[in-house]
Design a binder for this molecule. Structure first.
Ligand code: NAD
Length: 311
C-alpha cells in the first residue's frame, strides 16, 4: 500500500476519488478550503487536485514542500503558477480532452439556435408576443461551414456538421489533408480561402500571440455578406470591436458566443456586442456538462496514477 497523500481542494467526481482510494492513496477532500488554510496544511500532501477556484500561487507552492503533482481537473491552467511549480520540479497535469464533445455540441447548438431564431422566439413568446412571421430562418443543410482549428473540438464539430448535410472546409496550423479527407472535409488553401467560401465560420484554435485577434476588420471584409460567426474557443481570437462593427453593417448576419475578451465582460463595447439583437451569448458554458466534469476527474485520476507509476 502506498502512503501518498492527496488533497482535493475543489469539488471533483466521486468516481475519480474512489479510483485513487482504491489504489491505496490517502485522499482528503476539502472543497471549500481557504487560501490561508491551504497554505497551512499543504506541506502534508504529495498531490494537489484543483479545478478553477483554488489559486495555486507561489506561496502555496513554497509551502507545499512535499508536492510532486499539481493536477487541474479541467483544461485551463490560469489559476496555477505553472512556471514556478515546474521550477520546483512539480509535475503539472490537466485534462484538455475532457470537454471536447461538450464544446462540439454547444457549437452545433449555437448554429441551430441562430439559424432558427430559437432564443428570440422564446423570449418573445414569454412576453406574450407571437412573432412567427419575423422568424424566417435558414437550414444548415447544404451550407458551407468553415472550421478554423482542426484539433479535437474542430474535428468533432466537422463530424456533426457532415451529419447535417453541410459542406465542411477547415484549416489548422499543421497539415490536415489526410484527416480532412477521411472525414469528407475540404482542407482550405489558406485562411482567406476559408473565409471567402464559408456561410458559417466557427473557431477552435487556442489563444496564442499568433491567434490573438486573428479575425479582425480585414478578415471580416473578405467574408461572404451575411456570414454567421461562432466562437466557443477564446474571446480574444476575434477582434470584438470589429465583430460589432460587422454586425451593425450587416456584413455578419449573426454571432453565437460562449467566450469573451474579459470574463465576465467589462468594457462597454463588450456589453454592446452581447446585447446586439442578432447575437446569442452564453457565459462560457462550453465544458459545463455532467459528462465533461466526470471525464475531467477520471482523466486526472488516471494521469496521477500513471505519473506515480501505480498500476
Ligand atoms: P486542440 O489543441 O486539439 O486543437 C487546436 C487546433 O488549433 C490544432 O489543430 C492546431 O493546429 C490549431 N491551431 C493552432 N494555432 C493555429 C493557427 N494560428 N491557425 C490555425 N490553426 C491553429 O484543442 P481543442 O481541444 O480542439 O480546443 C480548441 C480550443 O477550444 C482550446 O484551445 C480552448 O481555447 C477552447 N476551449 C473552449 C472551451 C469552452 O468552455 N468554451 C472548452 C475547451 C476548450
Amino acid at each position: 500500500m502506498s502512503s501518498i497523500k492527496v488533497l482535493v481542494s475543489d469539488p471533483i467526481s466521486e468516481n475519480a476519488i474512489n479510483l485513487l482510494k482504491s489504489k491505496g492513496l490517502i485522499v482528503d477532500e476539502k472543497p471549500e478550503i481557504s487560501h490561508e488554510e491551504l497554505k497551512r496544511i499543504i506541506e502534508q500532501y504529495h498531490v494537489l487536485i484543483v479545478r478553477s477556484r483554488t489559486k495555486v500561487t507561489r506561496d502555496i507552492i513554497d509551502s507545499g514542500r512535499n508536492l510532486k503533482i499539481i493536477a487541474r481537473a479541467g483544461v485551463g491552467l490560469d489559476n496555477i503558477d505553472v512556471e514556478y511549480a515546474k521550477s520546483k520540479g512539480i509535475t503539472i497535469l490537466n485534462a484538455p480532452e475532457a470537454p471536447t464533445i461538450a464544446v462540439a455540441e454547444l457549437t452545433i447548438g449555437l448554429m441551430i439556435a441562430i439559424a432558427r431564431g430559437i432564443c428570440l422566439g422564446n423570449m418573445a413568446l414569454k412576453e406574450g408576443k407571437w412573432i412567427k412571421k419575423q422568424l424566417m430562418g435558414f437550414e444548415l443543410y447544404g451550407k458551407t461551414l468553415g472550421i478554423i482549428g482542426f484539433g479535437r473540438i474542430g474535428k468533432e464539430v466537422a463530424k456533426r456538421a457532415k451529419a447535417f448535410g453541410m459542406n465542411v472546409i477547415a484549416i489548422s496550423r499543421r497539415d490536415i489533408s489526410r484527416e480532412a479527407r477521411e472525414l469528407g472535409v475540404e482542407a482550405a488553401k489558406d485562411l482567406d480561402d476559408l473565409l471567402r467560401k464559408s456561410d458559417i465560420i466557427t473557431l477552435h484554435v487556442p489563444l496564442t500571440p499568433k491567434t490573438y485577434h486573428m479575425i479582425g476588420e480585414r478578415e471580416f471584409s473578405i467574408m461572404k455578406d451575411g456570414v454567421v460567426i461562432i466562437n466557443t474557443a477564446r474571446g480574444a481570437v476575434i477582434d470584438g470591436k470589429a465583430l460589432l462593427k460587422a454586425l451593425k453593417s450587416g456584413k455578419v448576419y449573426a454571432a453565437g458566443l460562449d467566450v469573451y475578451e474579459h470574463e465576465p465582460p467589462q468594457e462597454d463595447w463588450e456589453w454592446e456586442l452581447i446585447r446586439h439583437p442578432r447575437v446569442i451569448a452564453v457565459p462560457h458554458i462550453g465544458a459545463q456538462t455532467r459528462e465533461a466534469q466526470e471525464k475531467a476527474g477520471m482523466i486526472i485520476a488516471e494521469k496521477i496514477l500513471k505519473t506515480l507509476n501505480i498500476k
